[in-house]
Design a binder for this molecule. Sequence first.
Ligand SMILES: [Zn+2]
Length: 116
Amino acid sequence: MHEKSLVQSLLTQVEQLRVQNDATSVHRVTVEIGPLSGVEPDLVQSAFNELAPEQFDAPLVLDIRLIRMQIRCRSCRHVAAVEGITLKCPECGSSKVQIIRGDEFRLIDVSMQVPV
Ligand SMILES: [Zn+2]
């Protein structure tokens, strides 16, 4: 399963950050998923539920932010965030658009407990 290996490398990244920050535990991990990433948020969540307890003692919450696809029109230069996967400029109707955002699957935030 594709998502499982993604989550595995995500958790490795989280663990590295924990060590770098001398944190005792990690509470929350926030990721961004774009509609073109080819990643299923539900599968990410279930892979996370399965793998996170194997690596972290404290309960770890996964916060998934679904981001919208963003396009730039080659005809009128308009930039827009669109619903779903739309390859049409909402401003002038042109289909000559360039995708500038939407294929992300990335870690954007980790909330950790750092000893005082
Ligand atoms: Zn346009």
